[in-house]
Design a protein around this ligand. Structure first.
Ligand SMILES: N[C@@H](CCC(=O)N[C@@H](CS)C(=O)NCC(=O)O)C(=O)O
Length: 355
């Protein structure tokens, strides 16, 4: 509330006019109102608990999926481990809670999870629904998986086709918009999870399976005969994936944002998981020194330690390390860097400076 103080001239005349004086008394500056309750301090809660609680997808290859030993793996999983590394110097200090598409936002709101790292698209309606999206960790778009035998190469050839997709996602509205604006007809069948959606597609119930292109790489490999299916090259939407946090905790929002930027900036500066110790010893440039905490107290400004970013790269790697390990050419998925290349290599991944 803005407090309006009476001007001196007005005060003077008020002394002469008791009625005005009374009015002024009534509108006199109120005692300062109680400050709003301090925002929830997620970092303090995480530290007190001794581990991070991270909401992830139940099973999207390359992003978050338990391996044969039950160990969670993927780009989103690495992001949570990077946060745990920055906070605890321990990438294992994190508990993963699988989240369905429909329940993920409620889990964040209720405080069940500290952060949602789950192939989740940043949209205005989600951003204004009591959550924030601190940084884009993966740029994607909505795609289509179809049988090669259909001989479809463009999405518009799916006019009147039956398309399987998942409830509680951005997919349904994108599809309706795209088909309607082109005067095309779509028959949509929706399912509660990706297992059911893929099952329906494989059984022939639908002509196409539509979701984020990055998910379709893994879904295709789950089919009995991956070579019988193709992912169309066209994307019909923008799907910027970002971790989600609750509104009202700027410190936590900063930590989540800068964990991603530290991984991007480290890649740009040539600091990798396999050379981070050598980089710390040799500290070849001011940029490297600042990122690795040899110069300036940037980690402390986040409520972390000086070596927060060094911890991230040592335990998890830079963004390129994580991308290569989970999605790149050395993995079965072979997802191109594309829009997720660094900004100076033709992509969109751009970390603000650590300084
Ligand atoms: N990026 C989209 C879609 C995210 C999404 O939920 N995708 C599904 C389809 S692959 C998924 O992750 N399913 C995992 C599951 O049900 O196990 C969004 O944020 O709405």
């Amino acid at each position: 509330m803005r407090v309006v103080r009476p001007k001196p001239a007005l005060l003077k005349s008020a002394l002469l006019k008791p009625a005005l004086l009374l009015a002024l008394a009534l509108f006199a500056p109120l005692p300062a109102r109680a400050e709003p309750a301090p925002p929830e301090r997620t970092l303090a809660q995480v530290k007190a608990r001794g581990h991070l609680v991270c909401g992830v997808s139940p099973g999207v290859a390359g992003f978050s999926v338990p391996d044969g030993q039950g160990r969670w793996r993927g780009l989103d999983v690495d992001f949570c481990r990077a946060l745990a590394a920055a906070i605890f110097d321990d990438p294992e200090a994190v508990r993963f809670i699988p989240q369905s598409s429909a329940a993920r936002f409620t889990s964040l709101q209720s405080g069940e999870i500290d952060v949602l790292a789950r192939n989740t698209t940043w949209t205005l309606s989600r951003d204004t629904a009591a959550m924030n999206f601190p940084a884009i960790t993966f740029y994607d778009g909505q795609g289509f998986l179809v049988r090669k035998s259909l001989n479809v190469t463009h999405v518009k050839q799916l006019d009147r086709a039956t398309i399987c997709l998942q409830q509680g996602t951005t997919t349904e509205l994108n599809l309706a918009d795209w088909f309607r604006t082109r005067g095309l007809t779509q028959n949509v069948v929706t399912f509660a999870n990706s297992e059911q959606t893929l099952g329906a597609y494989e059984s022939g119930r639908c002509d196409a399976y539509s979701t984020d292109q990055s998910s379709l790489y893994g879904e295709r490999l789950k089919t009995a005969h991956p070579d019988d299916h193709v992912i169309l090259s066209e994307a019909i939407s923008k799907e910027p994936f970002a971790p989600g946090v609750r509104q009202g905790d700027d410190q936590w929002r900063d930590i989540v944002a800068w964990t991603h930027y530290a991984m991007i900036d480290a890649e740009e500066a040539g600091i990798r998981q396999d050379n981070v110790e050598q980089m710390r010893r040799e500290a070849p440039s001011p940029d490297v020194r600042r990122i690795l905490g040899l110069e300036g107290g940037y980690g402390e400004r986040l409520g972390l330690t000086t070596d927060w970013a060094a911890r991230i790269v040592r335990h998890v790697g830079n963004y390129g390390d994580s991308f290569a390990r989970n999605l790149g050419d050395a993995t079965p998925l072979k997802i191109p860097r594309g829009l997720n290349a660094l900004w100076n290599q033709g992509g969109l991944q751009y970390g603000p400076p650590i300084r």
